[in-house]
Ligand binder design. Structure first.
Ligand code: GDP
Length: 243
């Protein structure tokens, strides 16, 4: 076996434990969020964000267990940054030696009926979030495969541009694309989006309904987590070696 195949097998053995996600915090006050992020500068995880109704809760539930994003949908929590922690398994057993990871369910953007005041709070809260969150958190931007790169999505990327996050773009609801022509159009858009949005590292097509594309997103997240966990371990060793 060469190094790559050993590594690949190891990564393949890692999985998100469905149902391990625990609700930790619902942040609506920018100052509280800021304090918590300040105290947790190196956490590793994933953050989901997209236009309201894009299927964010459905995707999160499929990947982390059925109940997860239900919390975020309860009245009063829809405008919050909802934080969960979750665990990985290695070859089917809970990977106790690995740190717990974080899942961030961000409030949807582009609400038609959102008031000016509410969108102001979104910007403040999300401004703090992007400013202070560890770059060990990968941003997953969900968009509707039928209506990609809408004004609200463009606005979000202009916002994201200022920060330095690895970002995955996921086109959800591909089951609704009935014609080959529609899929081809989306494929053609890919290079343009990579060019326009330099921080976007991967583009995926998915359906929370049919589950298409979800295993590939899971594996991409696992690779990201695995890499960041190893970097953190190395850093710890280096620090403990420093006299
Ligand atoms: P959120 O507001 O972004 O959290 O979106 P939800 O997960 O609540 O989904 C909004 C609506 O879209 C619901 O009626 C879902 O059943 C539906 N939906 C979500 N994902 C898909 C998908 O991949 N395909 C189809 N056809 N419908 C979906």
């Amino acid at each position: 076996k060469n190094r790559t195949s050993v590594l690949k097998e190891y990564i393949m053995g890692l999985e998100i434990i469905k149902g391990s996600a625990q609700f930790e915090y619902g942040w609506s006050n920018p100052e509280d969020l800021s304090n918590w992020l300040f105290d947790n500068p190196e956490l590793i995880g994933v953050s989901f964000v997209g236009r309201s109704n894009v299927g964010k809760s459905s995707i999160i539930n499929s990947m982390f267990g059925r109940q997860t994003a239900r919390v975020s949908k309860t009245p009063g929590r829809t405008r919050e940054i909802n934080v969960f922690s979750f665990q990985l398994s290695l070859n089917g057993k809970p990977a106790e030696h690995l740190p717990r990871l974080y899942l961030f369910d961000l409030p949807g953007y582009g609400h038609a009926q959102v008031s000016k005041e509410m969108s102001k709070n979104w910007e403040t809260l999300l401004g703090i979030f992007f400013e202070q969150t560890s770059s060990n958190v990968v941003m997953v931007n969900l968009q509707d495969a039928r209506h990609p790169d809408q004004a609200a999505d463009k606005g979000f990327h202009q916002f994201l541009k200022k920060y330095n996050f690895s970002t995955f773009l996921v086109f959800n609801k591909i089951d609704k694309l009935k014609k080959q022509k529609e899929r081809a159009a989306l494929d053609k858009l890919k290079p343009q989006l990579f060019k326009a949005y330099k921080w976007v590292k991967q583009i995926h097509f998915a359906s929370a309904e049919s589950k298409a594309g979800l295993p590939a997103i899971h594996d991409a997240l696992i690779s990201f987590f695995d890499h960041r966990i190893k970097l953190a371990e190395r850093k710890e060793i280096n620090e403990s070696n420093t006299p």
